[in-house]
Design a protein around this ligand. Structure first.
Ligand code: SF4
Ligand code: MSK
Length: 648
């Protein structure tokens, strides 16, 4: 049933001698410099000693970076180029005449639109699955959260009376499909934003008209000879990002909740210690819950469990990675093996029978890493066929049988494991997850009032959304964990998604016990509610849950989101999706601090617009601060100012 994509990859080595890795002191030093994840440190030492290439090695091999690319002033957009801006060599314009401002702005919009497209295409895949489910064509899937389906139907104007769940789901899916194009010329869920925030969008001309429309228009605008004004280009970036946050991502989150259940608070475990020596281990990596939910079902199939036992395993152990992992953790409490920079290390434990991938944030080199062990990389999505992986054509219509075949392949690979090479050097850490907006409200006693009161009284100073990825340019997890610790110490409640949340989980911040690290006010709130000071709100598309939470709080106070004592941060971001998330945070009124400098420093005008002048348009701006302690200071100061403005 599977097809090998391209050739089997046979080599995984790096030249250890060339990288001075024959010296044990260098190995120790490098792993210490690369991560604060204790488990990762040990496995990383193994990869360095054995010459198994990882993302950090490739990053090292790519340095020094091209100055022009990192400043955003190189352009490869058309066949008259490539062009670079080098004023000292009298190269102030590309061949077409584009200056540094334009080249930087176009490159940034390109990145942002790519990210918005990734989230939104993911959203469309979920809507399609919901539609097929409603028509009885997606066997194995069901409408799990009927209450949410009905609530959303009513919210977006679908008539529910006299209809069964399948019909409602079909109509909701039909309406959401229209949000991607330009039939409607508006986004239903954006009306969740407070009116003051929506008025700012209208005044700025950045109301998204259709999810795909804004993305396609971005691609049009970056074509040579279209967008020629950097500010105009960046404004359209905000509109495209809003289409992602209040459109594509929000639809992905809501429809996933309808199909698979709205998350509620649950207890689980995290780090590479969740991999079990005695079991068939399968890692689920990527972003979309469609396949992974089905893998969970298939792994419980008595026939497959029987096969695993027959092969000598104690059972089948599913573990999550990145955002597919977050989706499973939030809804099912499936243990989480790690975040973005853990993906190769999980394979290097030698105990993984298969890594199943869907799409986004998956290193194309994973089959190369896997070739050092017995692990099979199994790709499942036509959009993301990875060379050297085993490809199973997965779609909603054949979901269960494909999932079963995939799990069987993993089980059959158990006999190929070399026990002498298994290395799982840590114990898992406990965490609490599942803090959807609904779960937070429930934890607060059914209303946001206690949270608003705690903020008004100063017991909690404000809240920060820490989101985004890992990036080998930042010590793995250091930015996330340092920032979160500093903020909770200063009574700022943190809500997190994506790899940031996983980093906090590994550091033990996602348990109620972590309240001892918080300031006295926040500690008191956490103790009385039994919640952690850092709340795990989900995957990357679930940053839309943060928007909904902010909208609820702002509406309760009858203000725009920009007036709230809140901030956003992406301390270790790498992806195009993070550019879109940061932009819809800012466009929604949230001051956002980036821990990695975007490629914009080649244009002082673009830097000034994004870090200063944009404030005059959406009452929020970006800041860039690579030191997480200094970033915390910026956020604390911002929250203090917002409190003063609110008179609290
Ligand atoms: Fe050069 Fe302009 Fe073409 Fe870019 S679009 S490669 S700056 S000619
Ligand atoms: S997985 S987008 S590395 S958060 Fe969502 Fe992590 Fe960033 Fe991917």
């Amino acid at each position: 049933m599977s097809v090998l994509v391209g050739k089997r990859i046979e080599t995984c080595d790096i030249d250890r001698a060339k990288m001075s890795l024959l010296n044990p002191a260098v190995v120790k030093q490098k792993s210490k410099e690369r991560t604060i994840d204790e488990c990762a440190k040990k496995v990383l030492e193994r990869t360095l000693k054995q010459g198994i290439e990882t993302v950090w090695d490739r990053h090292e091999m790519q340095t020094p970076e091209c100055k022009y690319c990192s400043e955003g002033i190189s352009c490869n957009r058309c066949a008259m180029g490539p062009c670079r801006i080098i004023p000292e060599h009298h190269r102030e314009r590309g061949v077409c005449g584009a200056d540094a401002d334009l080249i930087v702005a176009r490159n940034l919009l390109d990145m942002l639109a790519t990210g918005a497209a990734a989230h939104s295409d993911h959203g469309r895949d979920i809507v399609e699955t919901m539609y097929l489910t409603s028509k009885g064509k997606a066997k194995g899937y069901a409408i799990t959260d009927e209450e949410k389906l009905k609530a959303i139907a009513e919210e977006i104007g679908v008539v529910t009376s006299g209809k069964d769940m399948q019909d409602i789901a079909s109509d909701v899916a039909g309406l959401f499909f229209e949000e991607f194009g330009m039939v409607k010329n508006s986004l239903s869920l954006s009306s969740r934003a407070p009116k003051q925030t929506r008025e700012l969008w209208v005044a700025a001309g950045i109301v998204p008209r259709g999810i795909d429309r804004e993305i396609v228009e971005s691609m049009h605008r970056v074509h040579m000879g279209v967008g020629a004004n950097y500010a105009n280009i960046l404004l359209h970036g905000l509109r495209t990002a809003l289409g992602d946050g209040w459109g594509g991502s929000m639809i992905a989150t809501e429809c996933s909740d309808i199909l698979f259940g709205t998350p509620s608070v649950n207890k689980s475990t995290v780090n590479m210690g969740v991999i079990k020596k005695s079991h068939v281990n399968i890692a689920l990596h990527g972003h979309n819950p469609m396949l992974s939910e089905m893998i969970v079902k298939a792994s419980e199939d008595p026939e497959i469990v029987g096969l695993a036992k027959k092969a000598g395993a104690a059972g089948i152990n599913l573990v999550g990675l990145c955002c597919t992992g977050n989706e499973l953790l939030m809804r099912k409490g499936i243990p989480m093996s790690g975040n973005h920079l853990n993906q190769e290390l999980v394979i290097a434990t030698g105990a993984l029978e298969a890594m199943i991938i869907d799409y986004q944030c998956i290193f194309p080199s994973l089959p190369r890493t896997a070739s050092c062990f017995h692990t099979k990389i199994i790709s499942t999505n036509e959009k993301s066929k990875v060379v050297g992986s085993y490809y199973f054509e997965f779609n909603p219509e054949n979901a269960y049988e494909t999932a079963k075949a995939i799990v069987k392949t993993a089980v059959e690979n158990f006999i190929n494991r070399d026990d002498s090479r298994v290395f799982i050097p840590c114990e898992p850490v406990e965490l609490y997850s599942g803090f959807s907006v609904e779960a937070i409200k429930k934890a607060l006693g059914g209303t946001f009032r206690p949270l608003i009161d705690a903020i008004a009284s100063g017991q909690i100073m404000g809240a920060a959304g820490i989101v985004g990825c890992n990036n080998p340019k930042v010590k793995h997890d250091y930015g996330h964990v340092t920032l979160a610790k500093e903020l909770i110490k200063n009574n700022i409640l943190c809500v997190e998604t994506g790899c940031a949340a996983i980093a906090s989980g590994k550091a033990g911040l996602l348990t109620p016990d972590a309240a001892f690290l918080a300031g006295s006010g926040l500690k008191g709130v956490c103790k009385s509610l039994g919640i952690p000071p850092v709340l795990h709100m989900g995957s990357c598309v679930d940053c839309s849950r943060i928007l909904v939470l902010l909208a609820e709080l702002a509406k309760a106070l009858d203000v725009g989101i920009d007036k709230l004592p809140v901030a956003g941060a992406a301390p270790e971001w790498y992806s195009q999706k993070a550019v879109s998330i940061g932009s819809y945070f800012v466009a929604s009124g949230v001051f956002t601090v980036l821990g990695v400098m975007p490629k914009i420093t080649g244009s002082a005008n673009v830097v000034n617009l994004l870090t200063r002048d944009i404030e005059g348009i959406v009452n929020a701006r970006f800041a860039v601060e690579t030191d997480p302690l200094a970033a915390a200071e910026l956020i604390i100061k911002h929250i203090e100012n917002k409190r003063k403005e609110l008179g609290i």
